[in-house]
Design a protein around this ligand. Structure first.
Ligand code: ATP
Ligand code: MG
Length: 258
């Protein structure tokens, strides 16, 4: 059965998308079959994986159809990227999708229901790139998931976002998905300043082994690459960030398979 992991934070720009596509590419490099589901109307993960609008159904149709009880040609929703990661792209229609989800009599599990389709069974790992909100769509992602990865930027105020996310996981555990666990907190954009070091130390002190051992360094080149949608760097042997994400992918496997 596929392991389903949501990459979530209610803070913007902390590295959710970068983390999703790089862990996905890392897991492919480690021999796993991986699908990324883009749940953010910005479509950053889709673009990073090479998506060009092609008229075929996106994640919006998958969710609308599931809520409306309309059949979906699931096979045509999956695209293939050049680095071996398969993905289902997002579209701007996701912006207001919670209105549709809310109209479903089982509104907490619309995405979970859609993901029961056999097309998804062939993957070892499915990663869900979530948007920067803790709304019904993100709750649906968490209800469809076995675990969450929470990226945290090593910067002032990051702790607030982390606490909110952990409380959200507890609330989901107590209501709609008892199985959900935190697979790991991932420290990102670490830059060796006092502020960065102090945040990293506090997170490690506060959450111990819940924090991934690997820290993702701040790589200025990455921000420039993102402008041309080259968010994925795991296959670049000269990329410090790529190497770090490959180590995180190894940690994911150890945590999932231990
Ligand atoms: N370790 C890093 N070093 C330098 N830049 C980084 C790093 N991680 C992410 N970035 C850059 O930070 C920006 C935000 O990253 P990303 O889009 O992954 O965050 P996000 O949490 O998905 O954002 P959003 O809330 O918009 O969905 C991007 O320009 C990305 O390239
Ligand atoms: Mg994003």
């Amino acid at each position: 059965m596929s392991k389903i992991i949501s990459v979530c934070s209610e803070k913007g720009g902390v590295g959710k998308t970068t983390t999703t596509v790089n862990i996905a590419a890392g897991l492919v490099k480690l021999g796993k079959k991986v699908l990324v589901i883009d749940l953010d109307q910005q479509g950053n993960a889709s673009h990073a994986l090479g998506y060009i609008k092609d008229g075929k159904p996106t994640m919006s149709e998958v969710i609308y159809n599931a809520a409306a009880g309309i059949a979906t040609d699931y096979a045509s929703t999956v695209r293939h990227s050049s680095n071996g990661v398969d993905y289902v792209p997002a579209s701007p229609m996701l912006t207001n999708i919670t209105t549709f989800i809310a109209s479903d009599s089982d509104s907490n599990y619309v995405l979970k229901r859609a993901m029961k389709n056999s097309v998804y069974d062939e993957y070892d790992y499915i990663l869900l790139d979530c948007r920067t909100l803790l709304d019904l769509l993100v709750s649906n992602a968490m209800n469809a998931s076995d675990s969450v990865i929470i990226p945290v930027e090593c910067a002032v105020y990051s702790f607030d976002g982390l606490t909110k996310m952990l409380n959200k996981v507890i609330s989901i555990n107590n209501s709609t998905n008892r199985q959900l666990r935190v697979l790991g907190i991932l420290l990102n954009k670490f830059n060796r300043t006092n502020a960065s070091t102090s945040i990293a130390d506090s997170v490690r002190e506060g959450y111990g082994s819940l924090t991934f051992k690997t820290i993702i360094p701040y790589c200025p080149a990455q921000s420039e690459m993102a402008v041309v949608n080259q968010t994925c760097c795991v296959n670049d042997e000269n990329s410090t960030m790529g190497k770090a994400y490959l180590e995180v992918a190894e940690e994911v496997l150890r945590r999932e398979e231990s």
